[in-house]
Design a protein around this ligand. Sequence first.
Ligand code: FE
Length: 346
Amino acid sequence: MRQGIAIALTAFFMTSSMSLVHAQEKVLNLYSARHYQTDEVLYSNFTKQTGIKINRIEADDNALFERIKNEGKNSPADVIVMVDAARIWRAEIEGFFQPVQSKILNARIPANLRGKDDGQGPEWFGFSTRARLIVYDKATVKPADVATYESLADPVNKGKVCTRSGSHPYNLSLIGSMIERDGEKATEQWAKGMVANFARPPRGGDTDQIKGVASGECGVAIANSYYYVRLLRSTKPEDIAAMKNVGFIWPNAQTSGTHFNIAGGGVAKNAPHREAAVKFLEYLASDEAQGYFAEGNNEWPAVAKVQVKNPALAALGKFKMENVSIASIGKNQIAAQRILDRVGYK
Ligand code: FE
C-alpha cells in the first residue's frame, strides 16, 4: 500500500516536473489586443520555426489592462501586444513590461518606435505603423475642404462628418496629438465643431465610416489606413463598386504631418517564459513577420528596409509623419477624454 503511494507520488512528481520543463521551453502566453484574423499565420509560422506553442488571450486594450492588473505578480502573461501608442505608453507607466536587451530588436526597430532605454534596454517595441486617414466622397466633397483634421470642424463640412466613437483609443490618440500641437482650448473648439458637423452620431468601427462615405451617408470620415486598403483589395463586387466613389487624403500633409499609430508590445514584467517571449518579439521584427504585417493586414512594417509586397498599400505612397512623441500623446489622453465629455462627442 505504502509502496503504491510512493510509486504514485513519484509518478506524479515526474509528470509534473516534466510538464514544467515542457512549459518553460515550449509555451508562450500571449496577451494581445490585435484583432485581425490574418495574424493566425504569424503565430503558426512562429510555432513551426521554434516549436513554441502560443496560448493566446485576445481582448481589447481595456480588458487586457484589467486582467493584467488583477493577475498582478501571478500573471501568466509572457508577451503583451497593444494596438495603440497611448495604451502601450500606459502599460509602460503601469509597470506591465520589463526591459529587453536585444541586439536584433535594437538594430531593426527604429528608435522612435521603441520605448525609452535607461541602460537596460527598452520596455516595448513597435512592430507596425498605421496612418489615420481622411476619406471622402469624390462626388460631393472637395479635397481642399478636408485637407487637415482641423478642417473637418469647419462650417463648410456641416452635416458631412462621420467617425467612430471619440473615446476609441484610435481617436483619443489622434486628439492627444492635436492637444500637443494646437493646445487644449483650440482642440476643444475643434471637437465642438466636429459634433456640429456630424452626418450621424458616432457608431461602428472605421470600416463602417468608409462604407458610410461609399453609400453617400457621410461626405467625409476618419479611418485607419489598413481598413481603407483592406476595402480597396476586396474582391466583392459591391466593395469594388463602392470604393470607386471614395478618395483619400494624407491629412495635414502641408502642415504638421499625418497622425500615425503603432501596434507593438513587450515582455511582461513577471513573464514565466522570458526566453520564449524575447524570441517572439525578435520573430515579429524578422523579414518574414514584417512582410506579413504588410501583406496580411495592410500595415507598414516598422523595419524600414523590408519591402512591401502589397500593391494596394504601396500605391498609397509615402507620407509625412507627424512629429509628436508617443509619451505626450499618452499623457494627453485624460485631457482628450475630458474635452469629448464636455462637447458631447460620444
Ligand atoms: Fe484596428
